[in-house]
Design a protein around this ligand. Structure first.
Ligand SMILES: *Cc1c(COP(=O)(O)O)cnc(C)c1O
Length: 339
């Protein structure tokens, strides 16, 4: 039996894609679907956004690119992470495009040269002699979500370094930049998080016209009464300060409900309830305001609880919360809605 369920609303993904296309104002929308579409299902999401007019799929690895190629013939696919050796042969055979930053560029495969304009990780510091295989020039912005001023400086450096190459597609923006740094949009924007209806700024996605596409639900597997002074969970981190109804939900850190999410809220019967005590591998406890029957639904993400809320409690980012939800036979069942 499945212990939880994630539901992906492709209608929301489509609306987010339309919203981004509107914001991009003529620049192309390239959909970033690495890490299985940030945990949403890369193939389903790719199908939906291509239908709305996204013109390239971006992934981190050649393996991810090959999985998409098997489903989408003729669609532009860009591998943004490093690739080497046999991966390059596979990429060539499958007509994947590769981001590269170390000369010599591989032969017989279309490449996008990556310039480091301030991210301080992968990238060339200046443009070498370009071959015909170089179809694109790219850079990655370090601070589009937090410091648009520095992002603008990076875009200026990029434009300076790539001047005279307007016949090659130039791309720099991620979701945050696409939404807040108009100069960064150039020919195409590589958008991930916003497509899923999550805020690149860690706030409320609706402020940017985005709609979360993922719901995560489970149920109360057991409801019990704790007397004053009784505790729940490993290490007795929660001790009842009064008689308390406690619900046990069969989801824990092995499902992707992180151990540092103690104190976050979930929704039970329309009421926000706190997760109390230590998150175990397979269970959490929630403090209820009254006795409820077992099997009462519990919303872990949705109904007003945002991935961003959990991220704040866990001191991480929404990207990490959603991409680490485990689906599979004994974890979350995945359902896709397409309305
Ligand atoms: C993941 C990634 C993106 C997408 O970033 P979002 O913030 O999810 O929009 C864009 N470009 C590169 C190089 C990436 O690795």
């Amino acid at each position: 039996m499945h212990r939880s369920e994630i539901t992906i609303d492709l209608g929301a993904v489509r609306r987010n894609a339309r919203r981004l296309l509107e914001v991009l104002d003529g620049a192309a929308l390239w959909a970033v679907v690495k890490a299985d579409g940030y945990g949403h299902g890369a193939i389903d999401v790719a199908g939906a956004v291509l239908g709305e007019g996204a013109s390239c799929l971006c992934v981190a690895t050649v393996t991810e690119g090959l999985e998409l190629r098997a489903e989408f013939a003729g669609v532009r696919i860009l591998v943004m992470g490093p690739s080497a050796g046999r991966e390059i042969t596979l990429a060539r055979e499958a007509d994947l495009e590769l981001a590269v930053w170390e000369p010599p560029a591989p032969e017989g495969v279309r490449v996008h040269l990556k310039l480091d304009t301030g991210m301080g990780r992968w990238g060339l510091s200046e443009l070498p002699e370009l071959t015909n295989e170089v179809v694109g020039l790219m850079t990655h912005l370090a601070t589009a979500d937090s410091d648009p001023g520095f992002a603008r400086t990076q875009v200026e450096r990029f434009e300076e370094a790539t001047r005279g190459h307007s016949h090659r597609v130039r791309h720099a923006a991620n979701s945050a930049a696409a939404l807040r740094v108009p100069e960064s949009r150039l020919d195409a924007a590589r958008c991930g998080i916003a497509l899923y209806g999550l805020s690149p700024f860690g706030g409320d996605p609706s402020e940017d016209g985005l709609e979360p596409a993922l719901r995560w639900e489970s149920r109360l597997a057991q409801v019990k009464r704790l007397r004053v002074g009784e505790s729940a969970g490993y290490g007795r981190r929660f001790v009842a300060d009064e008689d308390t109804w406690l619900g046990v939900v069969p989801v824990g850190y092995a499902d992707g409900f992180r151990r540092d999410m103690t104190g976050t809220d979930v929704v039970v019967e329309g009421t926000h309830c706190s997760v109390v005590g230590t998150v175990s591998m397979d269970a959490i406890a929630v403090r209820l305001d009254r006795q409820l029957p077992t099997d009462t639904p519990v919303t872990l993400i949705g109904d007003g609880v945002l991935a961003e809320d959990h991220a704040r409690v866990a001191e991480t980012i929404n990207y990490e919360i959603v991409s680490r939800i485990e689906s599979g036979p004994s974890r979350a069942r995945r359902t896709v809605l397409d309305a």
